[in-house]
Design a protein around this ligand. Structure first.
Ligand code: COA
Length: 382
């Protein structure tokens, strides 16, 4: 082995493809979907439009958006077998396990699974974007003792999500944070789950296989699961006055504080800024619980930035302020990561479709450090 061989642990700093979908400028904390800054997107767009933008590469004209929304609406309902899977497991199993299983099962009821034409993969993308939201909403509702609510085609994507989750017409206060989080989490370049989807996709496995791989990778607390862990920490802190002691002790014990740090951002994550600003607008209208969580989050943010911000490049990420925002919309903690998946599905599909335009099997190397040429020993002689 030559001296030039370098191992990039965690593929840190490795480029695997060219892409026009998303730019994460980690040094200055900027994020762009197809060239539009995340601030522009969050202020002006809708989840349907973001999904169109990511998949088709440009903002839709009015008629195109209407047609796209119509196609999304037509795909919302779930096959009876998938509803049964949810009914059997909601409230007993992790909603991410239910989602991964349900999405995998969806492929069985899709007769164009093997059709790898671009048009078919667009149809499957639309199907997945719609149905994953329905699966997540149904899982939350059934876990709460409710029954499966059929989608309502008079409602937008986010409105329908809340409707299927709560079984009643959603309020503005419930829709706004869901729409915001769906837009903010829709895409983030070659993060772990998108990469997992690309690895499966690069073998020319079908889109369902790629997306199932993405869901599996999203589950972990170092990726999509961090928003749940951050909120659990806030609950463990309990009272705002305990924040400093709790975090100082955690850091002294070499524990990571969930919702901080990022492989690419070495500045404030722009999505966290948007979520924090929204949270601050709730101060006068929210419940005592949300106000308390917000106070803990703000104290934790200040302490972490003072200690590790500029000095170590560890800043709040998208997951830190998400918990209190979801709680303000009446969404329970174990639905956070599945909702992340319901949003990120647009990015996963956009990336896999883009990668397939110039596919190359993803197959990295590892440096073998074991022995060779061992003599085989029969089992009774070992
Ligand atoms: C996201 C994450 C995995 C990226 O990390 P990475 O690029 O792999 O870097 P590492 O985990 O090796 O961290 C580098 C150093 O920063 C420290 N660090 C990173 N994130 C930290 C955090 N959230 N709290 C405290 N210390 C942290 C590590 O302990 C490590 O310190 P060391 O060099 O003294 O060992 C990491 O920041 C993390 O685990 N964050 C918490 C989970 C989270 O919020 N994930 C969601 C990301 S959107």
């Amino acid at each position: 082995m030559g001296d030039e061989l370098q191992i990039h642990k965690g593929l840190d700093g490795v480029y695997i493809a060219e892409s026009t979908i998303c730019k994460v400028d980690g040094a200055v904390g900027r994020l762009y979907y197809r060239g539009y800054s995340i601030g522009e997107i969050a202020e002006n767009s809708t989840y349907e439009e973001v999904a169109y933008l990511l998949i088709h590469g440009r903002l839709p004209k009015a008629a195109e958006l209407e047609e796209f929304s119509k196609r999304l609406k037509a795909e919302r309902d779930l096959p009876a077998e998938v509803v049964r899977i949810i009914q059997q497991s909601a409230g007993k199993s992790d909603p991410m396990d239910i989602l991964r299983t349900a999405v995998s099962y969806l492929s069985i009821s899709d007769n164009e699974v093997k059709d790898q034409s671009y048009e078919s993969n667009i149809r499957k993308s639309i199907r997945l974007i719609s149905k994953i939201s329905s699966i997540v909403a149904a899982t939350g509702r059934i876990a709460d003792g409710g029954v499966y609510v059929k989608p309502d085609s008079a409602l937008s994507h986010s409105e329908n999500f809340v409707y299927m989750l709560k079984g009643r017409k959603p309020t503005k206060e419930e829709i706004k944070p869901v729409e915001m989080m769906f837009m903010l989490q829709a895409e983030h370049s070659t993060n772990a789950s998108t990469f997992a989807a690309l690895v499966a996709g690069s073998t020319l496995a079908d889109l369902y296989s790629a997306v199932t791989s993405g869901i599996a990778a999203l589950k972990g607390p170092l990726h999509g699961g961090a928003d749940e862990e951050a909120l659990r920490m806030m609950y463990a802190i309990g009272d705002p006055s305990n924040t400093e002691q709790y975090i100082n002790e955690a850091l002294a014990g070499k524990k990571k504080i969930m919702g901080f740090g990022h492989r690419v951002y070495k500045a404030y994550d722009p999505r966290a800024k948007i979520i924090k600003e929204y949270l601050l607008t709730l101060q006068n209208s929210s419940s005592e619980e949300v106000r308390r969580l917000t106070e803990i989050a703000l104290r934790g943010e200040k302490l972490m930035i003072d200690k590790l911000g500029a000095s170590h490049g560890i800043w709040p990420n998208v997951d830190f302020f998400a918990g209190p925002v979801y709680i303000s919309a009446g969404i329970k903690i174990d639905l956070f990561t599945p909702m992340f998946a319901a949003s990120r599905i647009a990015g996963w599909c956009a990336h896999v479709l883009e990668y397939w335009e110039d596919n190359k099997l993803i197959r990295p190397l590892e440096l073998y450090k074991g022995q060779i040429d061992l003599k085989y020993v029969p089992i009774d002689k070992r």
